[in-house]
Write a protein that binds this ligand. Structure first.
Ligand code: PMP
Length: 354
């Protein structure tokens, strides 16, 4: 730390992204990326856009917005794009939380929420998940702050039903409820159909998972036009050209290539079921994941040990040190071939431990 760092940020613990090691080729199942490349159309449009990079990108995303609005069934003024959904979450914390409006979220959820609350210097209220790692909607009724819920939740993968999400939104009429739908395409219901009914609902999405564009950095939010207006105020105060032209073009391609999107996500859902069954056959307990990862623990294997031995053997999975979940590992669902390598590796480790 230099002597110049503002006192405001002394003691700030930044988010630790999943490892991106460059030392060797790993079977990379630790950051919930798609194992499939971006849609060929997305790639082609991005390459074309590269020829115009001397120009600033369009701060209003005027070519992307209509395509997105059509794909999502919302009005054009109900949608805003960002540089990954992390940026949008940051805008939401800045716009809708303050000293008197804490950020309210589960004790086990996406680790970035607590960092955003700290960097925005807003109080945070963490609500424990139930014993079986579920979100109890009632715990969020009258939350007294801005509610942030990942649905499905991460790293558990467990989803709330649309009715349960609606109950949280309904029971917090004076507060914004942010539903982070990073993994929604892998088997749970979106709340986007409720944005006309509730003026306090913001739905956040990413292209990083089901649309294979993690490196492109594209996220978006949908909500009523006034909420989107507030987020725009923050965006234009920080980074008006937040989405670059190549990513914008790739985003259009990813939306238009519906067939490719369906094929990729169906494969992930299929491979998730295959992997879960195989892990359970080996004695693992797997939570009921509706996402592109499986959160699993084994009664005879220490969570951190399994992570380390997998890494030694060239397979990266994600281990979290938080007390309640330290026995688990989060395993991204890759291709069937990748999952077969994972399963073979885990089997070897179990045999070594006999
Ligand atoms: N929300 C959740 C729940 C996530 O797991 C992630 C990915 N780490 C994000 C948001 C952010 O994704 P991105 O910034 O790549 O859009």
């Amino acid at each position: 730390m230099s002597v110049f760092l503002s006192k405001r940020y002394e003691g700030l613990t930044p988010y630790t992204p999943g490892e991106q090691p460059q030392d060797q080729q790993y079977v990379k199942l630790n950051t919930n990326e798609s194992p499939f490349p971006p849609s060929p159309l997305a790639q082609r449009l991005a390459r074309q856009a590269a020829g115009d990079l001397q120009l600033y990108s369009d701060p209003e995303c005027r070519k992307l917005i209509p395509v997105a609005a059509e794909a999502m069934g919302v009005e054009e003024d109900q949608i805003l794009f960002s540089n990954g959904s992390d940026e949008m979450l940051g805008y939401a914390f800045m716009a809708f939380c303050d000293e008197d409006t804490p950020a309210v979220f589960p004790d086990i959820s996406y680790g970035f929420y607590t960092v955003l609350a700290d960097v925005c210097r807003v109080p945070q209220k963490q609500i424990p998940l139930t014993e079986d790692f579920r979100i109890d909607p009632k715990d969020y009724f009258g939350a007294g702050g801005t509610v942030i819920i990942a649905n499905p939740n991460a790293p558990t993968g467990i989803a709330l039903s649309l009715g349960e999400i609606e109950s949280i939104v309904k029971e917090n009429p004076g507060s914004v409820v942010v539903i982070d739908e990073a993994y929604v395409d892998f088997g749970c219901e979106s709340a986007v159909g409720l944005i006309d009914k509730y003026d306090n609902l913001l739905v956040v999405r990413t292209f990083s998972k089901s649309r294979s564009l993690a490196g492109g950095r594209l996220g978006f939010a949908m909500g009523n036009a006034k909420l989107i207006g507030d987020l725009n105020t923050i965006k234009y105060s920080l980074n008006p050209y937040n989405v670059n032209s190549m990513t914008m073009a790739a985003g259009i391609g990813a939306f238009l290539d519906r067939e490719y999107f369906d094929m990729c996500r169906n494969k992930i859902i299929e491979t998730r079921a295959y992997t879960k069954k195989a892990l359970e056959d080996m004695g693992f307990e797997c939570l009921d994941s509706k996402s592109n990862f499986i959160f699993a623990k084994h009664p005879m294997l220490d969570g951190e040990f399994l992570y380390r031995r997998c890494k030694d053997k060239g397979v990266l999975i994600r281990h979290f040190t938080q007390e309640r979940i330290k026995d688990f590992n989060r395993i991204t669902v890759g291709t069937k071939e990748q999952m077969d390598i994972l399963l073979k590796t885990v089997k070897e480790i179990m045999e070594e431990c006999r």
